[in-house]
Design a protein around this ligand. Sequence first.
Ligand code: SAM
Length: 230
Amino acid sequence: RYKIYNEDAYKIIKKLKNENVNINHIITDPPYLISKDNNFYTMKNKRQGIDFGEWDKTFDLFSWIKPYSEILDKNGSMIIFCSYRYISYLINTLEANGLITKDILEWKKTNPMPRNTRRRYVQDTEFAIWAVKKGAKWIFNKPDDIPYLRSTFTTSTVLGKERTKHPTQKSLVLLKEIIKIHTNENDVILDPFMGSGTTGIAALELQRKFYGIEIEKDYYKIAEKRFQNV
Ligand code: SAM
């Protein structure tokens, strides 16, 4: 039902291609690159209080899209969580590789982290880009009993027993909601940057299949343990 690799997603893509692995959907949450300044913007004062680790500083956020889109099914969806800073850059990269952005999903957190509340808003939203290949007959499982689906998903951040040591673990409820809408049972979902494996756990709990990749051994082990309990 699932296969996970403790590898560099940039390296293992060659193996996945050689094995003709068929991926229906890519749902992923790559490093946000918000831990420090980088080429895309400059700020006088460094952001304070955010440092998830080295993996969030040197990551190439764009070059994986081309090789991974090549193993994505023609009717599949790609959903990429990202910092608002990179939304348009990622959309440009997707377009350059034959993918069209359909909508932006918004994750509204009911318990956002308050910082600098006298001078700043509490940033309570994160975003994900939903894209499909040109000409795709994409999946959109809108329940018949509601007139339309809104692009905002409201959940808490990870709390209690669900919480692992991964610093940017996503909410399982959120991933399950997204997977229900954008994929069907038995579909194969890939997360090349799986962290603690939330996308995969959500996929398995909803009778989907899963491929996951994580470069950091400690995070991989967290994921491995979570999978054993599904
Ligand atoms: N959604 C995940 C969760 O719920 O735990 C968190 C994902 S986190 C934002 C991104 C992950 O990508 C980190 O765990 C990081 O170690 C991993 N990563 C960074 N570069 C990678 C690479 N080249 N190949 C595979 N994983 C990588």
